[in-house]
Ligand binder design. Structure first.
Ligand code: ADP
Length: 341
């Protein structure tokens, strides 16, 4: 089934700039698509049309069978909550810890405290940040900051993740790790659209490539490479396909397995609109914002406690194995001393 359909879409901004012209493409559920193109080609406009930040001037943008421009405004926030967004500059709340940033994304959906308690540590493990739950964004490296961005995008189990230049602020090593993480998430069934300039990563991933030039789709290719957008007649891949691998620590892999199990994509037979109507009705009655604030404080305290407990256990285990190793080496010393006597 098509998750996304662009049908003859034109986008002309109020100042007269034509950002998209006659754009048509579709994306099936579970696909991983790179949207590439030079700056100003129209990549972000595609993202904005999908999140209803902008509306097409002509044509239709259909998401889950629903023409999003016909969606009543009151459902737009609920639609956005169904989409995981990842940004080049991470957009973390600086006054909140890592866990709080992730928990906040769940809190606004009206998720139950129990669910938040269960899900935040799990998602942080999946992105390899279980030990950073209570630090603030300023204390994170770029790669870690983007991992929080991914955890936040992932925490509500979205069917679709839109990543706008997710590796734009990262060095190549961290960029690869972030892409590898997105690939693992995609393997669990989440559709991913990633707008990027990063040609090396596009070549390595060998996913579908949708290329835009001045607002028009000039290439739509499965297992594509990033070709330089140039006037050269003969285009050639910049780099051959290389194996794209990432070392995953055993406990992260375990967390991922648990996460996959808990978020198995089910076939949803209700239409997107019905789904949004249900969401808007249930969230409204479930929590008042005052309750949510109080509950959140409790939840975050508990998450912090759990993380600290785990950290203490880990340190204890490290100490134990250190002592065991030291005792072992002392025995060896004695033995070798005896040998020399
Ligand atoms: P990309 O993401 O590929 O860099 P964009 O989608 O941001 O491209 O922009 C496509 C074109 O639309 C550019 O010429 C840009 O200047 C223009 N544009 C983007 N947003 C606006 C806006 N809000 N108002 C006017 N022009 C815009």
């Amino acid at each position: 089934m098509n998750m996304i359909e662009f049908v003859d879409v034109d986008k002309i901004y109020p100042n007269g700039t034509r950002a998209l012209h006659n754009v048509s493409f579709s994306v099936e559920s579970g696909e991983f698509v790179f949207v590439i193109g030079e700056s100003g080609a129209g990549k972000s406009t595609i993202v904005k049309l999908l999140t209803c930040e902008e509306h097409p001037s002509h044509g239709s943008v259909i998401l889950g069978g629903q023409d999003v421009s016909e969606l009543p405004d009151k459902y737009v926030p609920f639609l956005r909550r169904k989409i995981g967004m990842i940004f080049q500059d991470f957009r973390l709340i600086s006054s909140r810890t890592v866990a709080e940033n992730v928990a906040y994304a769940m809190e606004v959906t009206g998720a139950s405290p129990k669910e938040i308690m269960r899900r935040v540590p799990l998602v942080l493990s999946v992105v390899g940040l279980k030990n950073k739950a209570d630090v603030y964004p300023a204390q994170l490296s770029g790669g870690e900051g983007q991992r929080v961005g991914i955890a936040r995008a992932l925490v509500n189990n979205p069917r679709l993740i839109l990543a706008d230049e997710p590796t734009g602020n990262l060095d190549p090593v961290n960029g690869e790790a972030i892409m590898a993480l997105l690939e693992r998430i995609n393997r669990n069934g989440t559709t991913i659209i990633a707008c990027t300039h990063d040609q090396n990563l596009v070549n390595k991933m060998q996913k579908r490539v949708l290329q835009l030039e001045k607002g028009t789709v000039t290439r739509d290719e499965y297992c594509g490479n990033y070709y330089c957008v140039s006037t050269e007649k003969e285009l050639s891949p910049i780099e051959d396909k290389t194996e794209f691998a990432q070392d995953f620590e055993a406990d992260e892999a375990e967390a991922f397995a648990e996460f996959n199990e808990s978020t198995k994509q089910t076939t949803d037979r209700t239409s997107l609109l019905d789904n949004l109507v249900q969401d808007s009705e249930s969230r409204r009655t479930r929590y008042s914002s005052l309750n949510r604030t109080e509950e959140m404080k409790e939840i975050l305290k508990k998450i912090d406690e759990r993380v600290k407990q785990r950290e203490a256990m880990r340190r204890q285990e490290e100490m134990l194995s250190y002592h065991e190793a030291r005792d072992g080496s002392e025995e060896n010393t004695i033995e070798s001393g005896e040998f020399f006597e």
